[in-house]
Design a protein around this ligand. Structure first.
Ligand SMILES: [Zn+2]
Length: 155
């Protein structure tokens, strides 16, 4: 079983991740250069899948949430913990898409996880062709301009 599981415990939507996208599209070469790894190391089907990118497989939050058997970090009695503040803080060294986590966990609480997954898949789909795009995409392969659609820029 190697299905995609795109809803991170922390509220990140793995469906908009460059690594997940590169594996889907067979475009591992470019992103491998950015990460300084071999293209064969660029593979991931999401935080909860059986095939997690090496960088994310070491995520302390992922390990913590799975040990505590919570569906999302927001279900944890210690939420928001110090580790959570670190990833959700916008003035941190982590990439800016991590800013979406707190907002996303709020939406999960409000609307339920399955509705949130549906909304995220729509939010990160090209308005012209429907193909998923990633957090940092500027243009879809169909030519649609995607600048201004990065919702983390508004957080
Ligand atoms: Zn498109």
């Amino acid at each position: 079983m190697n299905d995609e599981a795109l809803d991170g415990y922390c509220g990140l939507w793995c469906g908009a991740c460059e690594i997940v996208k590169a594996e889907r599209n067979g475009t591992q070469d470019g992103i491998a250069g950015i990460f300084g790894v071999e293209p064969s190391e660029i593979h991931c089907r999401g935080c909860r899948s059986e095939d997690v990118f090496a960088g994310c497989s070491r995520c302390p939050m992922r390990a913590c949430a799975s040990t505590r058997e919570v569906e999302f970090c927001s279900d944890c009695p210690d939420f928001p913990c110090g580790e959570y503040h670190r990833i959700a803080s916008s003035d941190d060294s982590l990439p800016p898409h991590f800013r979406t986590t707190i907002r996303n966990l709020g939406e999960i609480r409000e609307k339920g996880a399955s509705e949130w997954r549906r909304l995220q898949a729509g939010r990160w789909a090209c308005p012209s062709c429907g193909r998923p795009f990633s957090w940092y995409a500027e243009e879809c392969s169909c030519g649609q301009d995607l600048r201004g659609r990065k919702d983390w820029e508004k957080l």
